[in-house]
Write a protein that binds this ligand. Sequence first.
Ligand code: NDP
Length: 306
Amino acid sequence: MAQVLDGKSVNQQILEELKPRIAALVARGRVPGLTVIRAGDDPASEIYVRNKVKTCRELGMLSEEILLPGTVTTAELLAHIQALNARDEIDGILVQMPLPTQVDSRAVLLAIHPSKDVDGFHPFNVGQLVANAPAPRSCTPAGVMEILRRNSIEIKGKHAVVVGRSDIVGKPMAFLLLHQHATVTICHSRTPDLPAVCHTADILVAAIGKPALLTRDFIRPGAVVIDVGINRLINRADVERIFRGDAGRLAAFDKRGQVIVGDVDPIDMAEFSSAYTPVPGGVGLLTIAMLMKNTVQIAERRVGAA
Ligand code: NDP
């Protein structure tokens, strides 16, 4: 039977390990601080930001949320970022995406000082990633690496296939695996014969955003499958098809009107892989933990403790 790579326990381990590091910083008079900027009233963003702020506070870190109206301009956002860049007690600045369409997201991203870029999205930090030099790493792929490492999954010499080439997941994921000596193939929507390429993977990472796209034909028996995808099913027929009529999932759907599924077929993944991350309960739990870790690491660097 396939091993379930449980995100919850890895999440707890990471947060527990951060506590003494935060205590040591506090003892030096330096509470690690994160500011999250949110603009508009996207309900998903509101939940993400609430959870980030809550975790910060539970860990005894300084946490601020700057809530801006949906009509905010690029200039106004840049002014907030410049003020935060200049504030000593703020270690991490995170701008919750997506921003309202009138805002130049790239200009906003570039304005965050690289040393406070807790998401690792600034081009300087992307360069550091490519060069395998220290810098904050994109949280979701960094969380995947923690799952692999803490479950003693061998990466060196393995063939890793990453499906998805986004700046926030696919590309950084590929570099992190490469730096751990995997042979890496990156696939995307124009990759011919995707099932055949995926079938060569020892480690298959799905970061696509398409519900249960990767089925048994994509999974080499015994492969490790990491499912980054978070997709909402809002159609009962899709729930029935993907979960093969599973009564529990259907009951959950009937109660909430939606069910979450990853980019990999959950039943095929459990049947054909040797180990896999479930959705929910896998990679998704780690993004916030890695954000906390990045913030603490930045604070340590800034006080010269790391
Ligand atoms: P993007 O939409 O930015 O990128 C999706 C990638 O998948 C693109 O590179 C695209 O290719 C590729 N793709 C789309 N369709 C296909 C296809 N049919 N065959 C092969 N490749 C395809 O998504 P993200 O990277 O931001 O997110 C990916 C998934 O991960 C989503 O489900 C998202 O919700 C989830 N996610 C989860 C997080 C978490 O766990 N906390 C955080 C971030 C994301 P192309 O470039 O050619 O268009």
